[in-house]
Design a protein around this ligand. Structure first.
Ligand SMILES: [Zn+2]
Length: 387
């Protein structure tokens, strides 16, 4: 999916949060009204969801149930990966099919920060990482990045600006870790080789390349001969990449991590790594899943609307019944009964949703529905042994 660094950068910046964020209670009726306007028949629409397994993803499911009049089919694996091998049974269960995929991230309104969430069912309402699965993946990479930020140092030696790089970051034969794109950091010799100016016990010093030097503040004014400072935030995503041994099975154990390995430099350098990770996971899943929806024969003669985005879980306060989760649409794919296909990008998708009414006359009253179930004539379940 990613052909180059510029490609990742553009994709990340194209995902807008300003003016694109809907409360679930506004998003779902608009979505319902939109698919109805496309010809999906009320009572014959089955939504499905590919959300993470966390309890805070339940609120969107309740709203989907209320507006579509049915509980959504479970189309997701942990980490909001779409279980494409469930397309067949899903397609069998409904006529008009609406797939909603969303990775999620916690948001703390108190300090306007992304990545944690208050677990109000714990004794002390403590705050933990959200999404926990993404956090478990990203932590390893963040650790590698922090090491590199500290152990690559800018230094002034022999009247030249140099980079002193820890030997651990220079071993090219490693199977895993953070690998530097030396071309963007240091000057090659005439033969194009990166030869150190000095070799130390655990590090090597190289002359900084002109392009990188231009991006730095005037170090001559800051650093005296022999002094060093850590590279820190000057280590930009286009200067390194990661390698990690992973199970490459599609929808296997490491599927979500595989989605994120190439764009990981942009995730670890983001002000909100878990927000960027969730956003990229939805973008990669959309690109992958729509191809399976387009090709799968099980969707022949069905109307399918597949929408991907991001769930922002607003951290609840003690006593709140449910979190006020918000949805940010990223893109959608429409496949008509006759096989016509259309991809709708974020700006158009947001405009289409905003055009719809948030009133839904077809929504069900959940209390009435539950009451109805309790009062319905009881059916005796008979088995051979009872006969
Ligand atoms: Zn999660």
């Amino acid at each position: 999916m990613f052909a180059s660094a510029a490609n990742v950068e553009e994709l990340v910046s194209n995902f807008r949060l300003d003016g694109t964020t809907f409360r679930y209670s506004s998003f779902v009726p608009r979505l319902y009204n939109y698919v109805k306007s496309l010809g999906f028949k009320p009572g014959k629409i089955l939504p499905s969801r590919a959300f993470c397994s966390d309890e805070n993803q339940g609120y969107p499911n309740i709203i989907l149930t209320k507006h579509f009049g049915t509980f959504p089919f479970n189309h997701g694996r942990g980490g909001a990966v779409v279980a494409t091998d469930r397309h067949g049974p899903y397609a069998e269960h409904g006529e008009g099919l609406v797939i909603i995929q969303a990775s999620h991230v916690g948001y703390e309104p108190e300090n306007k920060s992304f990545g944690t969430y208050s677990r109000i069912h714990t004794r002390d309402n403590h705050h933990t990482a959200c999404c926990g699965k993404l956090s478990a993946i990203v932590d390893w990479y963040l650790e590698q990045y922090r090491f590199a930020q500290s152990y690559i140092q800018l230094e002034h030696c022999n009247e030249q600006m140099c980079l002193r790089i820890d030997n651990g970051l220079l071993h090219g034969s490693r199977k895993e870790g953070l690998f530097l794109r030396l071309k963007s950091l240091v000057k090659p010799d005439r033969e194009g080789k990166f030869v150190p100016l000095h070799t130390h016990s655990t590090a090597k010093s190289f002359i900084i390349c002109d392009e990188f030097l231009r991006q730095l503040p005037d170090l001559n004014a800051v650093l005296r001969e022999g002094e060093r400072i850590a590279i820190g935030d000057h280590l930009k995503p286009e200067m390194f990449y990661f390698r990690r041994k992973l199970d490459e099975t599609v929808e296997g154990r490491n599927h979500q991590e595989l989605n994120l390995v190439y764009p990981m430099p942009w995730i670890v350098t983001s002000p909100w790594p878990l927000l960027t990770a969730a956003q990229i996971n939805s973008q990669v899943e959309f690109d992958r899943t729509l191809r399976t929806v387009a090709r799968s024969p099980c969707f022949k003669d069905k109307c399918v609307f597949y929408i991907a985005g991001l769930n922002i879980d607003i951290s609840p306060k003690p006593g709140d019944a449910f979190p006020t989760t918000k949805f940010v649409p990223w893109a959608a794919f429409l496949r008509s009964r006759k096989g016509g296909e259309r991809i709708i990008e974020q700006p158009e998708l947001v405009a289409l949703l905003l055009e719809q009414s948030k009133e839904n006359p077809d929504q069900i009253d959940m209390d009435d529905a539950i009451q109805g179930m309790a009062e319905a004539e009881s059916v005796t379940v008979e088995t051979v042994a009872n006969l």
